[in-house]
Design a binder for this molecule. Structure first.
Ligand SMILES: N[C@@H](CCC(=O)N[C@@H](CS)C(=O)NCC(=O)O)C(=O)O
Length: 336
């Protein structure tokens, strides 16, 4: 009975009871339940065998490896732009890694926490080359394909009004139908995160060379993980996983050398990998949890390159996603 009252009180305070002690739930279950997209090449998409691959997926794998000792102990729940946040609020998933933009309103009205940005993006546009459009003004009067429930839907309207561009949005609730429609020639342009445009052209265009992503972006789209309010330890784990992967890149700790590096005499590496400092235990984890996490898919730079970088079909530059020491925004809070 008391439990019922407490649960009701927590719910009234906007704190889901499913949100409490997520770490214990994951340990007891022996599996991490990760919310991802239904299919966005480079970030989270099933391969031909149905195994999810991508930058966001590699965070799920690193997390499972760090907590459960096995990167494969993840169940992926494929979510649309529309149902992603409810899946987290209701406790259906433990964490959302789904190319989701962090904003003021999402951070203050959904009962959710926003973790460190794992990909700095911006809203871009793709057009067919033979349309001859070189900039956004050239899209006046154009029909623009856009996905429902995304930041893009709102920004497209705002930007058009502010800049006198009367584009006509055509809204889709599923990305696959949007791609079919755009590549079928029904829209003059398609807008979404620039990374997603690169993924769509590389994987869904009949002839990728026929399309060009315009150089301008019209928004900031900081993509990052979401957790539930009221579970600080779990949110801290999500935070420090990201900083750990970035710090590993800064310190030259890689998937191939992490076990060797765990014996390093360099104090910063010792603390990162748990040879000194007892940092992991403060999160309820093994002190060397990041050894397993880095072994799963490498440091941030390795995860970036494999999934979205020059050697991937998306061929994205590091740009803002380079480490701060190389002119980007990836900067790990010190492990001490
Ligand atoms: N970053 C934007 C957009 C995220 C988004 O949902 N993008 C669509 C582009 S079509 C997507 O990834 N869809 C994949 C899916 O629904 O599985 C946001 O958080 O609102």
């Amino acid at each position: 009975m008391y439990k019922g009252i407490i649960t009701a009180a927590l719910l009234a305070a906007g704190i889901s009871s499913a949100g409490a002690a997520t770490l214990d739930t994951v340990k007891q279950r022996g599996t991490l339940v990760c919310g991802v997209s239904t299919g966005f090449a480079g970030f989270s998409a099933p391969d031909s065998q149905g195994n999810f691959k991508g930058l966001d997926v590699d965070y799920c794998r690193a997390l499972a490896a760090g907590i459960l000792g096995d990167p494969n102990k993840v169940r992926y729940v494929a979510l649309t732009a529309q149902n992603r946040f409810t899946a987290l609020q209701s406790g259906e998933i433990d964490v959302l890694y789904r190319n989701s933009t962090e904003t003021f309103l999402r951070g203050t009205t959904l009962g959710l926490r926003q973790g460190p940005v794992n990909f700095y993006d911006g809203q871009g546009f793709v057009v067919k080359k033979d349309l001859g459009v070189k900039d956004l003004k050239g899209l006046s009067g154009a029909t623009v394909c856009v996905a429902q429930g995304t930041t893009h839907e709102v920004t497209l309207g705002d930007y058009g009004r502010a800049n006198g561009i009367d584009w006509k949005p055509l809204v889709f609730d599923r990305p696959d139908t949007m791609y079919q429609t755009f590549f079928g020639g029904r829209c003059d342009a398609m807008t979404q995160d620039a990374s997603a445009l690169a993924g769509a052209v590389a994987t869904a265009a009949p002839k990728p060379d026929d399309y060009v992503v315009l150089p301008q972006t019209i928004s900031k789209e900081p993509l990052g993980p979401f957790t539930r309010n009221g579970d600080e330890v779990w949110s801290d784990i999500i935070t420090w996983l990201h900083y750990g992967l970035v710090e590993a890149e800064e310190l030259g700790v890689t998937q191939a050398n992490v076990e060797e590096m765990a014996k390093s005499q360099v104090p910063a590496i010792q603390r990162l990998l748990g040879a000194s400092g007892d940092l992991g235990s403060r999160l309820g984890l093994a002190n060397n949890w990041l050894v397993g996490a880095i072994k799963a898919g490498g440091n941030y730079g390795e995860i970036f390159e494999r999934n979205v970088g020059k050697s991937s079909p998306l061929k994205l530059e590091r740009g803002l996603n380079a480490t701060w020491s190389k002119g980007g925004l990836m900067y790990a809070i010190p492990f001490k």
